[in-house]
Design a binder for this molecule. Sequence first.
Ligand code: ATP
Ligand code: MG
Length: 491
Amino acid sequence: MLKLTNVYKSYGGVKALQGVDLEVKGGEIHALLGENGAGKSTLMKVISGAIAYDSGNISFINKEVKTNNPHISKELGISIIYQEFSLIPDLTVAENIFFGNNTYKWIKWEQLYKEARELIQSLGFDIDVRKITSELSIAQQQIVEIAKALSKSIKLLILDEPSAVLGSEEIKKLFTLLKKLKEKGIGIIYISHHLEELIELTDQVTILKDGKTIGTVRTADVNKDILISMMVGRELNQLYPVKNPTFKFDNPIEIKGFNSKHFNSPLNFKVYKGEILGIGGLVGSSRTEILQSLFGNFPIDEGTIEVDNTSFKPTNISSMLTRGWGMVQEDRKALGGVLERSIKENISLANLKKVSNRYGFINPNKEKLVLDELITRLKIKMGNAEDNLSSLSGGNQQKVILAKWLNRELRVLLIDEPTRGVDVGARYEIYQILQNLAYSGVYIIMVSSDMEELLGISDRIMIMKSGTISGILERKNFSEESLLRMAIGAN
Ligand SMILES: Nc1ncnc2c1ncn2[C@@H]1O[C@H](COP(=O)(O)OP(=O)(O)OP(=O)(O)O)[C@@H](O)[C@H]1O
Ligand SMILES: [Mg+2]
């Protein structure tokens, strides 16, 4: 169906693709795997016609895909779900789904809503199609993206890390859906950093490294370790850091009676010094809201934080920053203008500098050293520190945001989905860094939808269910089953 030979693409001096070969058949789910910055998203944009390629050949059903003209690939029947969302925030769900579809010359609104609703239901999901898109959760927005891609008849569907923002239930539904499309003969290209997903879902895997094709293998012939060594070029024996069984957790921060419209009952819990407290639960169970409330971004109605015999209420972000609290947000885009600032500026954002000056715990020279080390350790792939953050690949943006916070001398680190979109090799480094931070005395509270990650690095896991704490698991009692049971509420 799709054949690429020796495709090249540069962005200015950055050689994103340097000779890519790829063949995808109809009725096949084809994984594309590679480290952050390997060129996956660029390749997909080239195939969909969103950007032009410099040289090489792309043919789709024996027709050459020549120009950078998304309309042509649309006519050919190629649909793409981008890594960074392309929905228009102010439109309703239904409008977004059919936006750009010429069938609606005169809009019959009731018809539009009806068709949008039916489409979403036929995909196995349930979303109010009259809602303004920006009011949806990120997971729901992703489902709207998928619905949009499937609102016309297509032959090839490209999904660039669709699962990164979905919860486990939604991923299951997505997989069922993709398998159905495959049976209909549709070709699917699926990008993900989650190897378990690739192994479960796909038929073939093509590995990209530094803009080149390393090879294509049948999924049935490989396992996780083989894929990792093909991708990273080395073996990773132990993804998660080793816990010190005799470490003494003490001096807890106590969260008392936290309540607001985001919760269904007051929250009471502790996080100990040296501990990584994981927060699990389904999408929409108010996990992120806990972090946002602790960080003063979502003011609470009642409740206090107690630490070192003092108690206070988090009322705004800047007061939390001065207390040495930091937060890595879930949504890169929510950081707004930051994407259009340089990598360097992002790393030393003004408000943070102020904090560190006033309290004097950061020495700029040392900071630079540590930062350079982080850039090397996390293998942040970038041209120049003066370039905009938006010029980096998705995973590398995430690494920069992490590096910024990991670089601070924080007391408390709140972290939402730490490794979303981050490749396996860098994930390994991030886990090591988080563990070292915890043992050095930083309190860490981490929300993650990745069950393996939660079980892998948390010391305890607090599970949320519809705005209420449904339980706390000790490490010795960790299991996927108990976690799921508490998240869903079955006993
Ligand atoms: N608009 C752009 N301007 C300049 N450089 C870019 C631009 N988009 C991508 N690049 C660079 O091209 C290279 C490949 O990026 P790409 O987004 O294709 O990687 P990726 O494999 O999708 O990575 P990830 O897993 O992090 O999403 C990277 O070095 C990136 O910095
Ligand atoms: Mg990408």
